[in-house]
Design a protein around this ligand. Structure first.
Ligand SMILES: [Zn+2]
Length: 480
């Protein structure tokens, strides 16, 4: 979710241009925030925008509707502006402005609050709160966060570096992908996960949290994911654990906000593992259509089944590799997923690709017709098993993930055709057919068939694994 083409074209010179400065203060009585945005000295612009949607939550929110008030200034004096009659997220300022002050209401998305004001903390997911100035997106952003006066010992936690209460982001896209919490009584646990690398767990919304075990889980996840991909792309990963908000998570490029209901890793590890895996799958391995990021209209992609469902599959695979759940527990989860999907499939005729492309037509960010989380999970397992079988246990879905990760720095993202091709590279031509069957069919992915080929049986209640040492292609959930 990182770059606009503009950035690439503008070149290095952009980096030396003066920064856009923002400041944010919280208005607890009205459950809102006041945001002041200042353009660099001597510069002005004729438009101001709020995002229509936020990365990771594929639904139109029109954050302009959360703006209670917007006042534009030029050289210290108020200047006339007009809200666009056709676009709730756009303001026109014919004479140009160099400062805009907005008041933005607290609101929630499908997976995170955009702005939440607690008794002793405030949480912000900036996509729903901070607008941008067209033409200035690629400037450095300096956001000063001002806690309420009564919070004498408030601390600020965010993935990009902070200095004196100021978040320093490389551009607008990094800024909105950097949620933060500020408050008193926050719990912070840091773990080193390699040379120059650390993971930070920050808890808020509940006093006296014991987050050591979750911090250890996060460190384990960082190390296991690094084993899979060969590197850890994030020097400092921050997990913002919200014990006062709803149970769900949203991924960001170097952080994640998760709504937790327990401090016990066993209870919450599936969610945390899923969000952590996203720093690879979606934040770096990105399907075409999601980026370059355009926040003014729906970002349509056929591959959300891969971004979300395969992430969900790997969340469980990684936990099993870590020994944080048993293979039997993993298989139980798989059986539940299969059964649930088969029950729901009877009510829908959508394919995995349609579910992804048309998610914008329905609310909830889960998919059109069927859940791309569920179908993508099953497709991930099917492809993994099929590649293991067809390659005679030489390759697995891990190799597909690594190949995608290797080319993630290109700006446009992968296509379904390329993904299919990578699967055949490791699984041979047969994988093409299996892939098509998975993504273009309204039926279940042929997971049952793959499991039978691998020696698994269904006893009416559980999936029963073959004795692995005796089977030719053991599905041991490890890289071959
Ligand atoms: Zn996700």
């Amino acid at each position: 979710m990182s770059l606009l083409p503009l950035f690439a074209m503008a070149g290095v010179g952009v980096l030396t241009q003066p920064a856009v400065k923002l400041s944010l203060e919280f208005l607890s009585e009205t459950q809102s925030a006041k945001v002041t945005l200042d353009l660099p000295k001597g510069e002005s612009a004729p438009q101001f925008r709020m995002a229509a949607w936020a990365p990771g939550d594929y639904q139109i929110w029109n954050f302009g509707n959360q703006v209670r008030n917007a006042e534009f200034f030029r050289n210290g004096k108020i200047t006339p502006s007009k809200r666009s009659p056709n676009d709730p997220n756009l303001w026109q300022v014919p004479g140009g402005y160099d400062r805009v002050v907005t008041t933005v209401r607290a609101s929630n998305g499908n997976f995170t609050p955009w702005l939440a004001l607690g008794k002793d903390y405030a949480f912000v997911s900036p996509a729903g709160v901070l607008g941008w100035v067209p033409g200035f997106e690629n400037r450095k952003m300096l956001l000063t966060v001002k806690p309420p006066q009564e919070w004498k010992r408030a601390t600020l936690h965010c993935a990009p570096p902070t200095k004196d209460g100021t978040v320093q982001a490389g551009d607008y896209f990094e800024l909105i992908d950097s949620p933060f919490v500020i408050g008193e009584n926050l719990t912070v646990e840091t773990r080193s996960v390699g040379k120059g690398k650390e993971v930070v767990t920050v808890g808020f919304g509940k006093p006296e949290l014991k987050l050591g075990p979750i911090a250890d889980l996060l460190a384990d996840l960082a190390k296991e994911n690094e084993k899979l991909f060969g590197e850890n792309p994030v020097d400092r990963f921050v997990l913002l654990c919200d014990f006062d908000g709803f149970a769900s998570g949203l991924e960001h490029r170097a952080s994640s906000r998760v709504g937790l209901w327990s401090t016990s890793p066993q209870q919450v590890q599936g969610l945390i593992s899923h969000e952590y895996f996203h720093i690879f799958n979606i934040k770096r391995i990105r399907p075409k259509g999601i980026g370059p990021l355009d926040l003014t209209q729906p970002a349509k992609t056929p591959s959300l089944w891969f971004a979300e469902g395969v992430t969900d599959y790997y969340a469980e695979v990684i936990l099993t590799r870590l020994g944080r759940q048993t293979k039997q527990e993993f298989l139980k989860g798989m059986a539940t997923m299969l059964q649930r999907f088969q029950q729901r499939r009877s009510r829908s005729q959508a394919t995995a690709i349609e579910s992804s492309l048309r998610v914008w037509e329905v609310k909830g960010s889960q998919g059109y017709g069927i859940s791309y989380y569920e179908v993508g999970w099953l497709i991930g397992a099917t492809l993994d098993l099929a590649i293991r079988r067809e390659s005679k246990q030489k390759f697995s879905l891990d190799d597909v993930m690594r190949a995608l990760y290797k080319s993630h720095k290109r700006p446009d993202g992968f296509t379904e055709v390329e993904l299919r091709q990578i699967c055949t590279t490791y699984g041979g031509p047969q994988l093409g057919e299996i892939y098509d069957d998975c993504v273009n069919s309204t039926g279940s992915p042929p997971l049952g068939q793959e499991l039978r080929s691998a020696g698994y049986t269904w006893n009416g209640r559980d999936l029963v694994a073959p004795e692995e040492t005796r089977h030719k292609y053991p599905y041991d959930l490890r890289s071959p």
